[in-house]
Design a protein around this ligand. Structure first.
Ligand code: ATP
Ligand code: MG
Length: 367
């Protein structure tokens, strides 16, 4: 799987620009605020249908432009494919693969990426939302159905949150509360089932990477945690649904009192342990980075096992944050696929990897 060429029209700070990528490592370099991460974000969009730094497509449209367009030529599943994404304010984005209209969720069947950015270095120490995002993004790429259920869940969550917040002023809102709670419990059950199974795979793949990475000395463990009444998150969706309902009934009054959703998959976490202790409380800076990296490389392995092809690895500004030994580990481990690395200075990465260098300045790309 690889991207050969991209054209950006009115996307972020790119007015009208094209770039050709090499099949191996591509080092995207240049001073701050020139468009390196924007270029990576455009490639990410081709696989995920959305940016990784914003919830709103309109922010991706260049200042003063009425639309943003990304065009790309890629090689995946043994053939050349073309992807086009067009974003216009106030209209749903248009996505085409080889000239045929597609949904954002369908892009993952064409192109897969694994992104590793500075935020991911906080994967271990930050709150659960970062780890849920990791699960959500990773599972959406291999299970498009998951992305649909997640979108539905988020919609229900927002609606139910509004009811719980406003019911005192408008008691009639309570008429639909139980209906929303039930729909949310159903969607939660599906999400929990998917997340439990992915967390198990991630644990199995990340532990050996981490063991090797840390010099055989350390044991990494990932454990999925969800609604407390769910006895077995690996059970059938129906059983999980009954367990979530049990929690829901017990907390109905508490939800009304607190004015917030207290039951559902929106509080899930992936508990990360190093040598049997919670990494969030005990891991050192170095252990935290090693664990975050191992998890990302494990995500890449799972995608490879699922699709039979190496996903495109997007490393945004992380190499400079890692010491030389960790850098070497990443660079050795990523062989066999295409990688796009951004950094302020090339730091010899292109020499060490034999990769192509793209220099970015003021939204212009020079190879
Ligand atoms: P750094 O090395 O600091 O990470 P970078 O090269 O990765 O820098 P980018 O994050 O790609 O920089 O951003 C480059 C510029 O794009 C920024 O100055 C930003 O303000 C600008 N920018 C972001 N969104 C838009 C937009 N919608 N339209 C025009 N410019 C934008
Ligand atoms: Mg950047």
């Amino acid at each position: 799987m690889r991207i050969d060429r991209i054209a950006l029209n009115g996307f972020r700070n790119y007015e009208w620009e094209t770039a050709d990528f090499g099949p191996g490592t591509n080092v995207i370099t240049g001073p701050n605020a020139q468009g390196k991460t924007n270029l990576l974000e455009a490639v990410y969009m081709l696989s995920a249908g959305r940016g990784f730094r914003t919830r709103f497509d309109r922010e991706l449209i260049g200042f003063g432009f009425s639309a943003a367009e990304i065009l790309a030529e890629c090689e995946s599943h043994g053939r050349q494919q073309s992807i086009r994404i067009l974003m216009q304010p106030g209209a749903p984005k248009k996505i085409q693969v080889n000239g045929v209209k597609k949904s954002a969720g369908e892009l993952s069947a064409v192109l897969n990426t694994v992104l590793f950015c500075p935020d991911d270095l906080n994967l271990i120490k930050e709150g659960a939302a970062v780890r849920r995002r990791l699960l959500d993004n990773a599972i959406s790429q291999i299970r498009p159905r998951y992305a649909e259920i997640l979108a539905e869940f988020n919609r229900l969550y927002e609606h139910k949150s509004r009811i719980l917040k406003d019911w005192r002023e408008k008691p009639s809102l309570l008429d639909t509360l139980d209906e929303f709670s039930d729909a949310m419990a159903r969607a939660s059950a599906h999400l929990i089932r998917y997340r439990a199974s992915y967390a198990e795979r991630l644990n199995a793949a990340a532990a050996p990477i981490h063991r090797e990475f840390s010099g055989e000395g350390e044991a990494l463990s990932l454990r999925y945690s969800t609604v407390s009444t769910v006895k077995d998150p690996g059970a059938s969706v129906r059983e999980i649904y009954y367990d979530v309902c049990e929690h829901q009934e017990k907390h109905r009054q508490a939800e009304l009192d607190a004015g917030q959703c207290l039951t559902g998959a929106h509080k899930d976490d992936l508990e990360i342990g190093v040598n049997g202790r919670p990494a969030r409380s005990f891991a050192s800076q170095g252990q935290t980075r090693t664990a975050a990296l191992s998890i990302k490389l494990a995500e890449r392995e799972i995608l490879m096992a699922e699709t039979g092809e190496a996903p495109i690895l997007l490393l945004d500004d992380v190499l400079s944050e890692l010491d030389t030994r960790r850098q070497e580990f990443v660079l050795n481990r990523i062989g066999g696929g295409q990688t796009l690395i951004t950094c302020c200075e090339d730091e010899g990465i292109s020499r060490r990897t034999g990769g192509k260098v793209l220099f970015v300045e003021k939204g212009k790309i020079k190879a």
